[in-house]
Each structure stands twice: as structure tokens, then as C-alpha cells.
Design a protein around this ligand. Structure first.
Ligand SMILES: *Cc1c(COP(=O)(O)O)cnc(C)c1O
Length: 417
């Protein structure tokens, strides 16, 4: 480790000692989730013949059918739709929302403004893009309170007889707020159902899977969606997303993915099935590695003088570690430094660019086996004030450790520490 300044190595070693007790908590969660996944595989008698892919229409693809059952089981849901045909997390979430909302209905997000890529999905009335609002679905949101909690007075004021879906984003996304824990989400469901028993509670579960022992659908959430190139794909799923929850709602979403009347009964899996199964098997452990990496990042960056959110000793409910820098140079050096530890594309220097779906230039470190796979070590930041980098993932804890070393060293080399 001679290439790293002694001071940086010392920060890292001290930080590792400091977080040892936190790591034991993570180990327990990993064990719980690992067994939960194994039990689901066993209950549905998963065998190697399930891994064969289908072609054409993909009728009677038993591997695909059992995969849905296994996912539903793991997430404590009535049904699931797990498909490589979801192009991204955004596509998956959009499919769920378009599946259940109808013109005149209202979607009310109670966790503040949703993730950047969903803004265009929600769209504007008459924008001509086929967005939710273009189709006459109404949208409103309730900003979070100053302290990051749900504004229940605001929710009460905005709920109305048209409100069909309540949206909750579990993870912080690109916001400097805390992510919502499963306990908090359970409490939100309880309160929302008290106010409006018939409404559907939807959770954007991206980055949350396996970070805790329970999932949103195990505390009353009706419908949720996530990406297979994040947590539940375990780093092996090559593409795709999942929707799970109440069987009637999952079915409606399946009609939106393919076509009404067809739903989840067609859709060739091609060669993706084994990777999705094996990725799910690995996901609890891989998520544990990534969460440990995030905890270490919080501790070591705090030593280096930066504010981290969540802090190293906070309970975790997702992978994302936000770090606040004081100028764009620090932010860019950090992201470029993370890339220097990558096995794939480690020679590349990331630059900020106008990514489709994002409203500001974004700089991303992503030396990944799966393009954009953010269960793999990655760091991204919209280059805008306040200069916050969001790092997440790491298929191995050791990789994250080196990512932090190369990031801090890059900052030091540019006199930014
Ligand atoms: C990643 C993410 C999305 C969108 O997923 P993409 O695969 O980037 O389209 C949506 N919501 C949250 C909270 C996310 O983290």
C-alpha cells in the first residue's frame, strides 16, 4: 500500500476499528437475509433446469414462473414480476405506476420530490410525451419537513377522493435527507391507510433491498419496484427489474409491461435466468459488503474532515453514502479517485455530462462489469451546489476500501485535503 500517503492509510485503519461493532450488526442482517433467500429457493424446489432460458414468446417458461414465486416469497408479497425486459429502474417504476393509475386518478408522493429520472415520467399536463400527467393522471407531492420527516398535516391537506396511489421513495436518491427505514415505512402505511383506507401505497425500493431484515411489502406496502442492476441482482443479473406486491396490482403492471391480456405469461428470458437467480442468492452478502463499504466511507471521510450522511454509526436502510464537499474540485477529484480503484475501466477519467433523464450535468465513477450497475462500487454527483457525492455499492468490501484510498489520495495529490 506504499502508493498511499501514511496519513490516509492511518485514517482508514482507525476508521475500520471504529466501525467493528457496526459490522457485526450488518453480519447478522446478512445471515437473516441469506437464509430467507435459501428458504424461498427450497420452498419452490429450484433446480438447474429452471435456469434454461426461453426464446420466442417464452410460453411455459418454468424458470421465469418460479423466479416470480421466489421473489414474491423473499419479499413477503402475493406476487412478483421479475423480468429482464425492464430496461432500468425508472422503466420498472413507470410500468408499476402506469399499470395502476387511470386518467383522473391522482398520484401523491409524500416523501418529497422523487428521484430525478421520474420527473419526466410524471411529466406535465399536455406535454405530448405520454407521461402520467399527459395522460390526465394528476400528480402532487408533499415536501418533507425540515427535519426530514413526513409532513402529515401536508399529507392530510392534499389527500382527496381522487388520490389513488401514495408514493414513497425509500432511499435518499440525490437528496441530502435520510433514507426511510422499514419501521418508518410501516408507520407511514398505517397512517395513510387510516386516512384513506382504499389507496395504494407504492414504494420505490431502489437501493434498499436486503439492507434490513424486512422489505416494505412485509410491513403493509401494496406495490413496490426496484432494479436488478442494483441490490437484488447481486451483481450478476445482467439487466432487468422487479415489481412485487398485491397480486391484482402486479397483474395490472404486467399488462403495461407487455400488453393487456398477455401480461407476464410471455416474454422470453433468453440467457438471463441463471444470472438473476444466482444474483438473488448472492445479493444478501453482496449488499452486506456494500453497506460495510458505505459505513467505512462515512467513518474515514469524517476523519478527513467531510460531513457524511448517514453517519458511520447510524442504522442503515440502503447503500447510499452521501458526502458533502466544499467545492466542485473536491467533488470531482473524489469521483475520479474512486474510478482509479476499478478493475474495469480503471484507466478512464470520468467527466461530467448531460445524462438522459437528469437535469444537471452528472459525473459518475462506474468501473463496472454490468454497465451502470450500482451494486458495484460507483460514485455519482450532479455537479451543482451543495457539492454532494453519492457513493454506493462494492461487490467486495476490499474494493471499496481501495476506492476510498485512491479517492483520498487523488484529493491529496491535488492539494484538496
Ligand atoms: C436508481 C434509482 C431509480 C432509477 O433507476 P434507474 O435504473 O437509474 O433508472 C429510481 N429511484 C431511486 C431511489 C433510485 O436509486
Amino acid at each position: 500500500m506504499a502508493v498511499f500517503a501514511e496519513e490516509i492509510v492511518a485514517w482508514l485503519e482507525d476508521a475500520e476499528q471504529q466501525v467493528a461493532e457496526q459490522f457485526r450488526v450488518i453480519d447478522r442482517i446478512v445471515d437473516q437475509n441469506q437464509w430467507k433467500v435459501i428458504e424461498a429457493f427450497q420452498r419452490h424446489q429450484v433446480s438447474d433446469y429452471h435456469f434454461a432460458g426461453s426464446t420466442g414468446y417464452g410460453y411455459n417458461d418454468r424458470g421465469r414462473e418460479v423466479l416470480d414465486l421466489v421473489y414474491a416469497d423473499v419479499f413477503g408479497a402475493e406476487a412478483a414480476l421479475v423480468r429482464p425486459h425492464f430496461a432500468s429502474g425508472t422503466h420498472t417504476i413507470a410500468t408499476a405506476l402506469f399499470g395502476v393509475l387511470r386518467p383522473g386518478d391522482e398520484l401523491l408522493y409524500i416523501s418529497g420530490t422523487p428521484y430525478d429520472t421520474l420527473h419526466k415520467v410524471i411529466g406535465e399536463p399536455g406535454d405530448g410525451t405520454g407521461s402520467l400527467q399527459d395522460f390526465g393522471i394528476r400528480y402532487d407531492e408533499v415536501a418533507l419537513l425540515e427535519n426530514g420527516e413526513i409532513d402529515w398535516d401536508g399529507v392530510a391537506a392534499k389527500l382527496n377522493e381522487r388520490t389513488k396511489v401514495i408514493g414513497i421513495q425509500r432511499s435518499r436518491g440525490y437528496d441530502w435527507r435520510d433514507s426511510f427505514t422499514i419501521a418508518q415505512i410501516g408507520e407511514m402505511v398505517r397512517r395513510v391507510k387510516e386516512m384513506q383506507p382504499g389507496c395504494i401505497v407504492f414504494v420505490d425500493n431502489c437501493y434498499g433491498e436486503f439492507a434490513e431484515e424486512l422489505e416494505p411489502t412485509q410491513v403493509g406496502v401494496d406495490l413496490m419496484a426496484g432494479s436488478l442492476i442494483k441490490n437484488p441482482g447481486g451483481g450478476l443479473a445482467e439487466t432487468g427489474g422487479y415489481i412485487c406486491g398485491r397480486a391484482d396490482l402486479v397483474e395490472l403492471a404486467s399488462y403495461r409491461l407487455t400488453a393487456p391480456g398477455i401480461g407476464g405469461e410471455v416474454g422470453a428470458m433468453l440467457g438471463t435466468t441463471r444470472g438473476i437467480y444466482q444474483g438473488l442468492f448472492l445479493a444478501p452478502t453482496t449488499v452486506g459488503q456494500a453497506v460495510k463499504g458505505s459505513i467505512l466511507a462515512a467513518a474515514v471521510l469524517e476523519r478527513a474532515g467531510f460531513e457524511s450522511r448517514p453517519r458511520w454509526n447510524a442504522d442503515r436502510t440502503d447503500l447510499i453514502q452521501a458526502i458533502a464537499f466544499s467545492c466542485p474540485e473536491q467533488l470531482i477529484a473524489f469521483v475520479q479517485g474512486i474510478q482509479r480503484a476499478a478493475a474495469v475501466d480503471g484507466y478512464v477519467v470520468p467527466e461530467a455530462w448531460e445524462m438522459p433523464g437528469y437535469e444537471h450535468p452528472v459525473i459518475m465513477a462506474a468501473g463496472t462489469f454490468i454497465q451502470g450497475g450500482s451494486l458495484e462500487l460507483s460514485a455519482d454527483a450532479p455537479v451543482r451546489e451543495p457539492y454532494i457525492a453519492y457513493m454506493q455499492g462494492g461487490l467486495t468490501y476490499s474494493h471499496v476500501k481501495f476506492g476510498l484510498l485512491t479517492a483520498l489520495q487523488t484529493m491529496k495529490d491535488r492539494n484538496l485535503l
